[in-house]
Design a protein. Structure first.
Length: 417
C-alpha cells in the first residue's frame, strides 16, 4: 500500500506540474536537458498525456482500495481485531491516500512546476508508452459515454441569412431598395455575433465630464455621438450619461436632473444582449469594462442602431478601434495597447488564443505575468507583438510576422533574465 501511495503521488504531482507550466516555462523546456525535452514532447499531445495519467491514477487507486478492503476484512474477522479496528484502519487508509497522494504532491508540484516536470517526465514517458495501445479504446469509451450522458446539442440559428435574402428578393423588384434591405438584414444578423468591445466608442474619444458638472465644460464641445459621459469626482468611474444633443432650450438650466444612470457590461458581451438590457431598463448608454474592471469605452443605443442601418459609413468608423491599427508594412502594424485583442486577431486573420483577455495590453500582461513595459514581447500565432513605447501610461506596440529562430532566441533570453 505504501508503494501504491508513492505511485499515485507521482501521477497526481505530474498532472499538477505539467499542466501548471506557463508559456515562458514551455519555451524553456527544450533547453532544459533530457527531462525538459521529454516533458515538452509529452505536452505536445496533452490529451494523450492526460488520459494516460488519469488511467494510471485510477488503476493504482482501485488496487489500493482493493487491498484496503481485504486487510479490513481480515482485521474484522480476527480475534485481536474487530469491527472498530477494521473501521479505524479503513478511515486511516483513506485519509493517508488523500493527503499523501493528492494534496501534498499537487501542492509541491504547483510551487515549482518547472523543476518537477523535468524530474517526473522520464518515468512518466515510460508510463504513457505502456498504456499507449489501449488509450484509443479509453478515448472512444469516454466519447460514447459523454455523447450518451451529455449530448451537448447545439441550438440551430433562429435566423438563416440566406433564407431572409431570398425572401427579400421575392418581395421587391427595386434593385436599390433590395440592396439596402439586404444590407440591413445582414447587419442585424452580424450584431448577434459582434462583441461590445468591437462597437463601443473608446474612452479617449468620449466627452467625459467630472461631477459636479460644470456647464461651461459640458457645452464646450459637441459630444461624439451626442452623449456626454459623467464621472465621479475622482474622474475614474463613469456613472452617468447626458444626451446633450437631445436637450431643448428650456432644459439647459436644469440639465443636472436629466443625467441618466448607465449599465455596465463586460467587453465580451454580445451587442444584441447589450441592446436587450438597454431596452429593458429604458436607458441609453452602457459602459464597457475590460477584464480588470476598468471602463474602456461606452456604447449607446443610437450607435447600435446606426451600426445596423449604416454599417459602412465613414462617420461611423472614424472613432472605432479599427482605425487605431496603423499598417506600417507588409503584415506589420502599429497600434495602441488598448486596442481590442479580438479586433487585432480579425485584422491579422488569426484565432483569439485567450477569450478571457479584452485588450492587446492585457494579452501582453497575461503572457509575461507582469505589467507591460517597453521591450516586452508575446507571440500571437505566427505574429510577434512588441511594446515599443509608453507615454503617459498609454502603450504603443508593433506587430510583425515572426521571423524564426532569431526572434525566438531573443524572447528566450529575455525570459531567462
Amino acid at each position: 500500500m505504501a508503494v501504491l501511495i508513492l505511485l499515485s503521488a507521482l501521477f497526481s504531482g505530474s498532472e499538477a506540474a505539467l499542466f501548471s507550466l506557463t508559456p515562458q516555462h514551455r519555451r524553456r523546456l527544450p533547453r532544459s536537458g533530457v527531462g525538459g525535452r521529454v516533458a515538452n514532447r509529452l505536452l505536445n499531445d496533452s490529451e494523450k498525456l492526460l488520459s494516460a495519467i488519469l488511467f494510471w491514477n485510477l488503476l493504482i487507486n482501485m488496487i489500493y482500495f482493493a487491498i484496503c478492503s481485504i486487510v479490513a476484512g481480515r482485521l474484522d474477522a480476527s480475534e485481536d481485531g474487530g469491527a472498530s479496528v477494521a473501521l479505524g484502519f479503513t478511515a486511516a487508509s483513506l485519509l493517508t491516500i488523500i493527503f499523501f497522494s493528492e494534496m501534498l504532491p499537487k501542492s509541491l508540484a504547483v510551487l515549482s512546476p518547472m523543476q518537477a516536470s523535468i524530474l517526473i517526465a522520464p518515468p512518466l514517458s515510460l508510463a504513457v508508452r505502456l498504456v499507449g495501445p489501449i488509450l484509443p479504446l479509453v478515448k472512444t469509451s469516454n466519447l460514447l459515454a459523454s455523447r450518451l450522458l451529455w449530448p451537448s446539442f447545439e441550438a440551430e440559428n433562429e435566423i438563416n441569412l440566406a433564407d431572409i435574402e431570398r425572401a427579400v428578393e421575392y418581395g421587391t423588384d427595386d434593385a436599390a431598395l433590395l440592396q439596402r434591405e439586404r444590407l440591413a438584414l445582414r447587419s442585424l444578423v452580424e450584431i448577434a455575433e459582434m462583441r461590445a468591445s468591437e462597437l463601443m466608442r473608446p474612452r479617449s474619444k468620449l466627452h467625459v465630464v467630472e461631477s459636479p458638472i460644470d456647464a461651461d465644460e459640458l457645452f464646450s464641445q459637441t459630444p461624439p455621438g451626442g452623449y456626454a459621459i459623467i464621472t465621479d469626482p475622482s474622474g475614474e468611474t463613469m456613472i452617468g450619461a447626458l444626451g446633450v444633443r437631445l436637450l431643448r432650450p428650456s432644459q439647459m438650466d436644469g440639465f443636472e436632473d436629466l443625467v441618466e444612470p448607465v449599465i455596465y457590461v463586460p467587453w465580451s458581451a454580445p451587442v444584441a444582449r447589450v441592446l436587450d438590457q438597454l431596452n429593458e431598463k429604458d436607458l441609453s448608454v452602457a459602459i464597457v469594462v475590460d477584464e480588470y474592471g476598468d471602463g474602456i469605452g461606452a456604447l449607446s443605443i443610437d450607435r447600435i442602431f446606426r451600426r445596423m442601418l449604416a454599417p459602412h459609413g465613414d462617420h461611423f468608423l472614424e472613432d472605432t478601434y479599427s482605425t487605431a491599427i496603423e499598417q506600417i508594412g507588409d503584415d506589420s502594424y502599429r497600434l495602441a495597447g488598448s486596442v481590442s485583442l479580438r479586433q487585432l486577431a480579425k485584422q491579422l486573420g488569426v484565432e483569439v488564443p485567450d477569450a478571457s483577455v479584452a485588450t492587446v495590453a492585457g494579452y501582453i500582461q497575461r503572457n509575461n505575468e507582469r505589467l507591460p513595459r517597453v521591450g516586452d514581447q508575446a507571440m500571437l500565432q505566427h505574429f510577434q507583438l512588441t511594446v515599443v513605447e509608453e507615454t503617459d501610461g498609454e502603450l504603443r506596440l508593433e506587430v510583425r510576422p515572426w521571423q524564426g529562430v532569431g526572434d525566438q532566441s531573443k524572447i528566450d533570453e529575455r525570459d531567462d533574465r
